[in-house]
Design a protein. Structure first.
Lengths: 333, 336
């Protein structure tokens, strides 16, 4: 027991030191991003937990600027793909081009070959293109012609989508959405934040430049540490209880939710909830996970993994409402 | 010889006369030919004004005489009003008296009269047609005389007073048109209530009153921890039990959903409860150390175990007065 305790303290110290770059990174990003701390924090969780992030929000909320700033601060390559209805899979992953001089086909890599990808308005492209991107996200490799290319690490896809009620959009299928570790819903900044945004954008010397403060290798090292963050079996049980409550709410005295849920969280939800909780604990400079970590990432990990029935939609019940009920009913260890 | 011949002739004539007379007396209202006989017989020939007279009219055809000819009989078609006589009702034709040898039709006419006197119902004409050869024959009934009398009034006597109303004996059957719907409604209401009582969920049994107050339970459990000193065997279990005792106490005593809240949430949510908020620092210390022991495998120093337990007892003791007041209030409310 003493040894274990010592290990945890050692790990805690190690993580305390290793996670110091999170604050530096945050400070650098906050030079240009006003407000949206929540979004930046979720981007960091995705980055550290090796999970992709789906952002939902209206245009103009600094989604592009955030990921661009993040890539600049990490000294990583950034590319943006604007998804449109006429986009082809080759426009994303790349294609073979015939070289007349050499009399051979050459590979032209697509914009997916970067560290940070902003897939803007992903639900404006047809399913064929969406699946090409999501396949690359899952496999972390792309095949063009006969050659398979591994994508560089860190590899993070930040996809944005407009609310599905808007016209001319192709809703992402449930199986595709499940591949995103987090789905973050972005709101408007506060009045004070908005005032800062105006002043910052209108200052005579122009936008502040982001300097690279973290090396991609640090991120890869941090990812290894994130996986080492200690998760007690009580926390594991809590995660399992939360995910199972989305599948069988009646077992948690939530029978009223049964007709509102068409399908609950998958095992991938449990994995991602655990991983995101560890990443959150790492960001809080802790070597162990506490229930607060699980609860703070639960909505972003689970909201796109709980299917709603027509009855729920008719009653304007959202997945957030259901998750709130579940978190208020499942006993915290 | 001539005398004998005369005697025989007279005897034969007398016989014929007597026979004919006898037949006429037997069937005074009957006319007939060889194969077709009709009758008209009233049930009475003397009535008071307005009383009905039923006249049975019959027609009888001997089939054997027809030799296979197909005939059709037409009954007399009387108007509704005759001479001082009114036809009230005509029954349908009854053929139940027919046999293999003869066909038989019967109809009953109900007539009356509202004029006093002796009135004649003229002979009624029955017609018979042969469908086979189109030949035609007719037979009449005898006339019927009906005496219509007025009510006899003895004018020599004085007027009698108007008779009082006669009380009719009460009979339940007289009221069935009213009683039946009423019974139906009562039955439906009874059935509805029976169904409603069956459907009505049984009232949940009142929760048994806890024998001990939340304060007593919490103190008892804390004292048990103090006595058993579980930190000597399993530190994690000890801190889990310790925080569970406090969380249960907060939930039962202050109605804070402490079991479903994290440490940070709980510390946030005790703010409105002044008596608990006053002990915030102690609680924070206990819960944070417990979290470390539960989730980070931390082994607190031996003196910290008892320190945490003492702090927990102090928190519960601090809230004793408020808890007692609340318990008393709830008991008073329950009794009222």
């Amino acid at each position: 027991m003493e040894n274990t305790s010592y290990d945890i303290r050692q790990l805690n110290d190690k993580i305390h030191q290793a996670s110091s770059f999170v604050d530096i990174l945050n400070m650098e990003i906050n030079k240009v991003i006003v407000g949206q701390k929540y979004m930046v924090e979720r981007l960091m969780i995705g980055l550290l937990a090796q999970g992709h992030v789906l952002l939902e929000g209206v245009p103009g909320l600094a989604k592009t600027l955030s990921i661009k700033s993040l890539s600049s601060a990490i000294n990583a390559r950034f590319s943006r793909i604007q998804f449109t209805p006429d986009l082809l899979p080759a426009d994303v992953v790349g294609t073979m081009i015939y070289n007349q001089q050499r009399n051979e086909f050459m590979v032209r890599k697509g914009p997916i070959f970067a560290n940070f990808i902003l897939a803007d308005e992903i639900n404006r492209a047809p399913a064929k293109v969406q699946s090409a991107l999501l396949e690359a996200m899952q496999e972390r490799q792309v095949t063009i012609g006969d050659t398979t290319f591994k994508l560089d690490e860190p590899f993070l896809v930040l996809a944005t989508q407009n609310p599905i009620e808007q016209e001319g959009t192709y809703t992402l299928p449930e199986a595709q959405v499940d591949r995103f570790m987090l789905k973050v819903v972005i709101g408007y900044p506060t009045k004070e934040e908005e005032r800062h945004i105006i002043r910052q954008n209108l200052q005579p010397e122009g936008q502040v430049k982001i300097n690279p403060v973290v090396d991609p290798a640090d991120i890869l090292e941090a990812r290894k540490l994130v996986r080492q963050v200690y998760m007690d079996e009580k926390i594991e049980q809590y995660i399992i209880d939360v995910v199972f409550a989305t599948r069988n709410p009646e077992d948690y005295k939530l029978a009223k939710l049964k007709p509102l849920i068409s399908y609950g969280g998958s095992p991938r939800a449990s994995i991602n909830l655990a991983l995101a909780s560890k990443a959150y604990a790492f960001m809080k400079r802790r070597g162990y996970v506490i229930p607060e970590d699980v609860r703070s990432v639960c909505f972003d990990v689970m909201r796109h993994r709980v299917g709603l029935t027509y009855e729920a939609e008719a009653e304007n019940v959202t997945s957030e409402n259901i998750l709130s009920e579940i978190l208020n009913a499942v006993e915290v260890p | 010889m001539k005398g004998i011949k005369n005697i025989l002739v007279y005897t034969l004539l007398a016989g014929l006369f007597i026979t004919g007379r006898a037949q006429a007396q037997e069937q005074p209202d009957t006319q007939y030919n060889d194969y077709f006989k009709v009758t008209a017989r009233p049930d009475t020939t003397s009535i008071r004004i307005g009383e009905p007279v039923k006249i049975g009219i019959t027609a009888r055809v001997v089939i054997r005489s027809l030799k296979g000819a197909n005939i059709k009989v037409v009954f007399p078609n009387l108007p509704d009003s005759l001479n001082h006589i009114e036809v009230v009702e005509r029954s349908p034709l009854d053929t139940t008296g027919s046999t293999e040898d003869e066909k038989y039709w019967k109809q009953t006419l109900t007539v009356t009269s509202f004029d006093s006197g002796r009135w004649e119902l003229a002979p009624m004409k029955f017609e018979v047609f042969s469908v086979s050869d189109g030949s035609y024959d007719s037979v009449f009934t005898d006339p019927i005389f009906i005496d219509v009398n007025t009510v006899a009034v003895d004018t020599t006597k004085a007027f009698k007073p108007i008779k009082p109303l006669r009380t009719v004996a009460w009979n339940i059957l007289d009221y069935w048109p009213y009683l039946l719907p009423l019974l139906l409604v009562i039955t439906l209401v009874v059935l509805y209530f029976a169904y409603w009582r069956k459907r009505k969920p049984k009232a949940a049994p009142a929760p048994a009153k806890p024998l001990k107050s939340p304060y007593e339970t919490a103190m008892e459990q804390l004292q048990l921890l103090e006595k058993e000193k579980p930190w000597n065997t399993d530190v994690k279990l000890y801190y889990t039990q310790l925080t569970d005792v406090l969380r249960h106490y907060f939930e039962q005593q202050f109605h804070i959903a402490a079991l479903e809240q994290t440490t940070a949430e709980l510390l946030q949510n005790i703010k409105p409860v002044t008596v608990l908020n006053q002990q915030r620092d102690k609680l924070q210390h206990i819960l944070t150390l417990a979290d470390l022991a539960k989730f980070a495998k931390l082994q607190p120093a031996p003196h910290e175990h008892e320190d945490c337990l003492n702090k927990a007892i102090e928190v519960v003791e601090w809230t004793k007065r408020t808890a007692a007041a609340q318990t008393e209030q709830s008991l008073t409310g329950t009794n009222q």
